[in-house]
Design a binder for this molecule. Structure first.
Ligand code: RI2
Length: 310
């Protein structure tokens, strides 16, 4: 499936269903889908702007925690806002989505470079969920000769740990899948010397919003004195008030797909949690390995402010 083949509603559907998932991927798809939507919008400049605003809101509703969607949408909206006429707006939207992709891909390459250097020659790593950024770092470190051993948590309820495990096995990196509740045992008994996770969103105070369970792994890493690293380009950072960052709730059926629960049992399925900055040793950014608050300052300094869609 190519993202370009999707109309706006199709893109919203596959993002919401997590058929396309991972913070970076959904931001790229959102930008592309909005640009394609505007290419297909005829009429005046005002018509294009209205369509952009409606499309942006639809995309932002899909996965409310992921700030990458905001950055992708913002880049397209800014281009539309600056265009003098409808034709220029459509062309500028396409160019902006393309540029956003180039910038995100380059930033991830730079993060991977710093991450692979961090891992050095031989490391035992614990990771949680599936992050394309972390995956690329591990594969690149192995390519450079690191004798890696990786433990991947299953990551209930969506089980993205399976994606991580299969991708690493395909790259011939020894990997062991464990249930989430094994994190304490693994950190205590398996000689883990780095925890490495991705990010969906990072607040200006350096706290990391990532897959549910990340904060628990971080607390356990602290207990066992294992350094905890988060790999993230600037496109995960936001200057939103941390208290206002929404945590996405997903359907109960993801936890109880066989519907074994009786009516009346409440299911709480927040898919992200917030890891406080003090649990994070360094954030691996395109600007190098930085303490969380410094990473936020540097990364936000290289981003335009995110505005709400018109
Ligand atoms: P990359 C994922 O979210 C995971 O939480 C992962 O850590 C994060 O996105 C970053 O992934 P989800 O879409 O951008 O599985 O590094 O909910 O690929």
């Amino acid at each position: 499936m190519t993202s370009h083949a999707l109309d706006l509603e199709g893109a919203c559907r596959v993002i919401k269903s997590m058929e396309v998932r991972g913070a970076e991927a959904i931001g790229l798809l959102a930008a592309d889908a909005l640009a394609v939507h505007l290419e297909q919008t005829s009429g005046s400049l005002e018509d294009v702007r209205v369509a952009a605003g409606i499309g942006a809101r639809r995309l932002l509703e899909t996965r409310p925690t992921a700030v990458t969607i905001r950055h992708g949408v913002r880049s397209v909206m800014a281009a539309v806002g600056a265009a003098p006429n409808a034709e220029a707006a459509r062309a500028a939207a396409a160019a902006a989505a393309h540029q956003y992709r180039e910038d995100v891909v380059q930033a991830q390459r730079d993060v991977v470079e710093h991450g692979a250097a961090l891992l050095g020659t031989a490391r035992t790593v614990l990771t949680h969920c599936h992050s394309s950024t972390v995956g690329h770092i591990l594969v690149e470190a192995a390519r450079r000769g690191a004798e890696l051993r990786v433990f991947a948590t299953e990551t209930r309820p969506f089980q993205q740990g399976f994606i991580t495990a299969n991708a690493l096995a395909e790259a011939d990196i020894p990997v062991t899948l464990v249930v989430d509740s094994a994190a304490h045992r693994v950190l205590r008994d398996e000689g883990i010397d780095r925890v490495l996770v991705g990010a969906d969103t990072i607040a200006s105070d350096g706290s990391v919003y990532n897959k549910i369970g990340t904060a628990g792994v971080a607390a356990l890493a602290r207990l066992h004195k294992v350094p905890f690293y988060c790999a993230s380009s600037r496109f995960k950072f936001t200057d939103q008030d941390p208290a206002a960052i929404p945590i996405e709730q997903r359907p109960a059926r993801e936890i109880d797909p066989l519907q074994r629960l009786r009516a009346g049992v409440r299911v709480d399925n927040p898919v992200f949690d917030r890891t406080p900055a003090e649990y994070v040793s360094r954030i691996i950014t395109e600007y190098g390995l930085l303490r969380p608050a410094e990473a936020a300052r540097r990364c936000l300094g290289h981003l335009p402010a995110i505005e709400a869609p018109a």
